[in-house]
Write a protein that binds this ligand. Structure first.
Ligand code: AMP
Ligand code: MG
Length: 347
């Protein structure tokens, strides 16, 4: 299949969104920019198109997709929200949508098992990216996982999508670099257990919305592992969250201290650093390639935006190994460290 590339610039982006929506309505899958990472979108109403998402990505069917909606009113077509759950869902929507917060909610009967991997819940969010939002409005709700091959580095630019999926999908829309650069935060909200108590949020995946912003609205808990012998799709709260993910082909080692690094003669090593010249890792070795996520300031939010881009650069540099320095876990640092651990071979 020939993959077309359309650039959505300032003057033509609505036109490009219209073309993308038409292609999706005709049953094809299209890579689209979002504020988190690029997504590979299919209509939630087209089973054949949904299957194409899994084929193009080589994604296993047990890993469910996130549904993206263009307007809040579309939510009632996707999720069955009880009276008890409604107030907290409304609060979260009011504060975080459109944006990088995905809610796992009881699903409507009509939602395909392909989207939910047979679970009785569905993950849904309203993206803030203008192009993605417009396509969702024109083509209806879209199921869209990240536009990379399964387990690989998430794409934050159209050229990264091209490297991952060229020849496998109909269209890539180039909308520039993603402004968050990390995937959405996924929570499963539950009503407050009793009067005067807070709602409970099961944090299924840390992401671009940090837990510090969610705390005001509810108590954040870890997902409960299913009891031994009771592992069915319905008992798994966080499916698809494998230990190895977001991974470069070049082995990546995450060390707590530079003392753990034992270079071998004649091998090439690259460094992924947050602080650059201000950190111990930077000075300790003559690196063959070095990327500092936030030069000068060492700011974690800047690091997050550049993280997947940096991983890709290092992966393409012909190194024997990538060494990563640890980063702090405050704010979006929690999501960054989560991705870094999953990308590494030693953690
Ligand atoms: P991706 O779109 O590639 O970022 O992946 C979507 C992720 O959302 C999956 O890997 C799951 O971990 C999560 N997810 C989607 N649907 C559900 C659901 N119904 N329950 C829990 N997690 C979900
Ligand atoms: Mg993904």
């Amino acid at each position: 299949m020939k993959t077309e590339l359309l650039t959505a610039d300032l003057f033509e982006w609505k036109d490009v969104a219209k073309q993308a929506a038409e292609i999706i309505s005709n049953g094809e899958v299209v890579a689209l920019p979002t504020e988190t990472v690029y997504g590979l979108a299919a209509s939630i109403h087209n089973e054949e198109a949904l299957k194409k998402v899994f084929t193009a990505k080589e994604r296993p069917s047990y890993d469910p997709l996130i549904v993206h909606i263009g307007t809040v009113s579309d939510l009632d077509e996707i999720a069955e929200i009880s009276e008890e759950l409604r107030p907290i869902v409304d609060q979260l929507i009011e504060k975080f949508w459109p944006g990088a917060l995905t809610l796992v909610l009881p699903k409507k009967e009509s939602i395909s098992d392909l989207i939910t991997s047979g679970l009785d819940t569905v993950a849904v969010r309203m993206p803030s990216h203008e192009i993605m939002q417009e396509v969702c409005k024109l083509a209806g709700p879209l199921a869209a996982p990240s536009a990379n091959r399964f387990g690989r580095i998430s794409p934050t630019s159209a050229s990264a999508v091209e490297k991952e999926l060229d020849g496998r999908i109909a269209l890539i829309v180039d909308g520039g670099a993603c402004r968050e650069g990390l995937e959405s935060t996924i929570i499963k909200p539950s009503p407050a257990p009793s009067e005067g108590k807070k709602a409970i949020f099961t944090l299924l995946r840390p992401g671009a919305v940090p837990r510090e912003q969610l705390r005001e609205f509810g108590k954040i808990e870890k997902p409960k592992p299913p009891k031994k012998g009771e592992e069915t799709p319905q008992t798994v709260e966080a499916p698809g969250l494998l230990d190895s993910h977001y991974a470069p082909i070049t082995p990546l080692f995450l060390y707590d201290s530079i003392d753990e690094f034992k270079p071998e003669e004649g091998k090439k090593y690259g460094l992924l650093s947050l602080k650059g010249e201000n950190g111990d890792f930077f000075k300790a070795y003559q690196w063959d390639k070095e990327i500092t996520l936030s030069p000068g300031s060492g700011k974690i939010s800047e690091g997050a935006v550049r993280f997947f881009w940096a991983l890709r650069q290092l992966d393409e540099a012909g190194l024997d190994a990538i060494i990563a320095e640890p980063m702090h876990t405050a704010n979006v640092g929690e999501a960054l460290m989560d991705r870094l651990k999953k990308a590494s071979v030693n953690r």
